[in-house]
Design a binder for this molecule. Sequence first.
Ligand code: GTP
Length: 304
Amino acid sequence: MARAEGAAVSATRAGFVALAGRPNVGKSTIVNAIVGQKVAIVSDKPQTTRRAIRGVATRDDVQLVLTDLPGVQKPLDTLTERMQRRVERELAETDVALMVLNAEQGVGPGDRFIARALQNAPCPVVVAVNKVDRLDRAHIIVALQAVSELGVGDEIFPVSARKGTGIDALADHLFSIVPESPFLFDAADHSDLSPYVHLAELIREQVLRRTFQEVPHAVEVVVDEVDTAREGLTIVHAHAWVETESQKGILVGAGGRMIRQIGTGARKELQRELGTKVHLDLIVRVRRGWRGDDALLDRLGFDA
Ligand SMILES: Nc1nc2c(ncn2[C@@H]2O[C@H](COP(=O)(O)OP(=O)(O)OP(=O)(O)O)[C@@H](O)[C@H]2O)c(=O)[nH]1
């Protein structure tokens, strides 16, 4: 990471930790467990994370900036090529790489692909074997053995992000290896997502919870306006973009039932987040091929 040249020797340490792992292994849940509050959205659908969402964890004089990377994967369309470029760039610029695997599923081809990508990472590589709550002791040992045979990583930590098991040991290690540096974020910050993007992610989380097959990944949510003019009430105007009329039909649902359920779930999350009553104005629109549309991707805030 580039740091201010000539800065006085600081007593603080800080660094970027980039998470890499197959979709759904629990990267977002690990970020939340380390940061200690909800920053990254969590769902049981693969590829929930299209943007690098950072959590910031500060302990005394050490700070971790966690980058929740999308799964390393082969480029399929413009969006995934962009994701891939971003993964490579983040790895080149990070202080630590954290590879996450699913203990229950064991080591698969996707993990080997990522392990190979990380073998040349120019930084320490730490491995977390997640979801050990799903296994008994003997099977945890088998899983750890298989992971150590991957030959990647200086340290391997069995964890359950959901239960919090092993997270302290993992976090302690991460805190111990970041380099001397001034803090990269204010110690009170937990995430650098813009407020609008964060609200859009909370809405998208409700879409992911309620839709299946290709629909969840075809949906992008954009918050257009947040109106706080009224005391105790926030009005959020948002669009859910889909790629086809049939996806729109599914998202709206018979008689608008699906979009109403999504809206109700999202409103509760937004109210919890904003601490006011929320009126959510959520409109579904079709934009054909938005994944391949550079101009729209730019407008939505994806990096090239
Ligand atoms: N049993 C169990 N489930 C977990 C654990 N950690 C995460 N999960 C679940 O696994 C699913 C995926 O978790 P995420 O944190 O969204 O996974 P991710 O790797 O960030 O997913 P993508 O962003 O899609 O790549 C969710 O249903 C989580 O609740 C764990 O330690 N134990």
